[in-house]
Design a protein around this ligand. Structure first.
Ligand SMILES: Nc1ncnc2c1ncn2[C@@H]1O[C@H](COP(=O)(O)OP(=O)(O)OP(=O)(O)O)[C@@H](O)[C@H]1O
Ligand SMILES: [Mg+2]
Length: 438
């Protein structure tokens, strides 16, 4: 797979997991937790036995697909068959695939339960269970489903829990599902990845969209994810960005699975460069080339701040995370700062003239890059012809003018989001149901 050395969580967790130990593994976003549980799990599978021995549960369909792909890569030469099962995919096709003797199942809780009820899935031979994004899986929205699934597994099994965040109350709950678990943990001061530059802008709700456009123009991200609070927000925001000429699409839980797959693929292949998303895309997604994350709306759960910004700065890459905070949400920012044990730098809103300068700089860099790349014979002939009409400086200036993106003022309409309510308790985990909101 091209990996040269184990990441710290892999170096610590793999030997423990190979011994059969239960394990809670907490490590930063993008540091290879999938392989940290995937390698020992695949190692423990009996490839010649035709029953399901391993189960990985994840909170979203996209993550299920991604984790199953990575496990299939890890198990390729051992010929371990890994099958993803998730909602929105034709159930009869899944039933057929389940009859082909996969040895590992990766799934979302709802669809797993569905198969268990239909008796099209049996977990009687499970020996390894992983909860990826464990704190999310044990949160109020999922806990009943998880309990019901785990009850169908044999008592005698290994249970592994992984996440970048593990709030104390959730960890206590987790202990009920485990036997003498070992714990592999990052230092509290390093919950977020140091390679991600983080800052916030204090903005008024009404200014948010124009400021987002300024940032996009100034920063020219390779790929960017913009997080909004609600499905409506994501729809409106992606429409508005398209109106201003950006290559953007939205993803949230109300879209058909076919559409969700399509949007993720457009983004993975770079056919669009802005993904607008609810928290459905906050956790686990590993997409190369994401240079920027923007919290257009500050996340409701402080943990999800860590996960959202962790879509950039993965596997040693750098990234930038910018959070918009309306004045009434400054307390919320404090909760996040408390969780990540650091103060976020406040930056000034970039002015239009700064943006313009940025665009001009970008235009010059593009022109130079193309000049250095060469392969311009056809154009050189055209240039010679042009030089008979105009002097060279005027011509290059004209080219730069064409390349410099003018600020787009196309009017757009966004429904205002009410600021988040300040929570009474510092930890309101398990107080709310949020399974169906994204
Ligand atoms: N040992 C390694 N060396 C280099 N790259 C690795 C290594 N292990 C994993 N990776 C790559 O790092 C990227 C991030 O891995 P992964 O998605 O498992 O992170 P994660 O810790 O689960 O993050 P998150 O908390 O966001 O879910 C993937 O592209 C993966 O292929
Ligand atoms: Mg992960």
């Amino acid at each position: 797979m091209g990996f040269e050395e184990a990441t710290p969580i892999q170096a610590e967790a793999i030997p423990l997991a190979l011994k059969g130990q239960d394990l809670i593994g907490q490590a930063q976003t993008g540091t290879g937790k999938t392989a940290a549980f995937g390698i020992p799990m695949i190692e423990g599978i009996q490839a010649h036995a035709n029953h399901i021995q391993g189960l990985v549960i994840t909170p979203t369909r996209e993550l299920t697909i991604q984790v199953a792909e990575e496990l299939n890569r890890i198990g390729e030469f051992k010929k371990v068959k890994v099958l993803p099962v998730y909602g929105g995919q034709d159930i009869n096709r899944q039933i057929k695939a389940l009859k082909q003797y996969p040895q590992v199942i990766v799934g979302t809780p709802g669809r797993l339960l569905d198969h268990l009820r239909r008796k099209t899935l049996r977990l009687a031979h499970i020996r390894h269970v992983v909860l990826d994004e464990a704190d999310e899986m044990l949160n109020m929205g999922f806990i009943d489903d998880i309990t019901a699934i785990l009850e169908q597994c044999p008592q005698e099994k290994q249970t592994l829990l992984f996440s970048a965040t593990m709030p104390e109350p959730i960890k206590e709950l987790a202990l009920r599902f485990m036997q003498n678990p070992a714990e592999v943990k990052i230092k509290v001061k390093q919950v977020t990845v140091p390679l991600i530059e983080q800052y916030y802008l204090e903005v008024q709700e009404k200014q948010k969209f124009d400021i987002l456009c300024r940032l996009l123009d100034l920063e020219s991200p390779e790929l960017a994810i913009v997080f909004g609070r609600t499905k409506r927000r994501v729809d409106e925001l992606s429409e508005a960005l398209k109106r201003r000429g950006y290559l953007a699409e939205g993803i949230h839980g109300d879209l058909s699975q076919a559409r969700r797959d399509q949007v993720i693929n457009l983004f993975r292949t770079g056919s669009i460069d802005i993904l607008v998303a609810t928290d459905v895309a906050a956790r686990g997604l590993d997409i190369q080339g994401v240079t920027h994350v923007c919290n257009f709306d500050i996340p409701q759960d402080p943990e999800n701040y860590v996960h959202r910004i962790g879509r950039t700065g993965r596997a040693g890459q750098t990234g930038k995370a910018i959070t918009f905070v309306v004045p009434r949400e400054l307390d919320h920012l404090k909760t996040i700062e408390h969780l990540i044990r650091r103060k976020l730098e406040k930056k000034r809103i970039p002015t239009i003239s700064e943006v313009l300068k940025g665009r001009q700089q970008a235009a010059m860099e593009r022109l130079l890059r193309v000049a250095e790349e060469g392969d311009l014979q056809v154009f050189q002939r055209m240039a010679q012809a042009l030089l008979e009409e105009q002097d060279s400086v005027t011509l290059v200036a004209a080219a730069l003018k064409l390349l410099t993106k003018e600020p787009d003022q196309t009017p757009v309409r966004l429904t205002a989001e009410a600021p988040l309510q300040v929570k009474k308790k510092k930890y309101a985990h398990g107080m709310k149901r949020r399974k169906h909101r994204q």
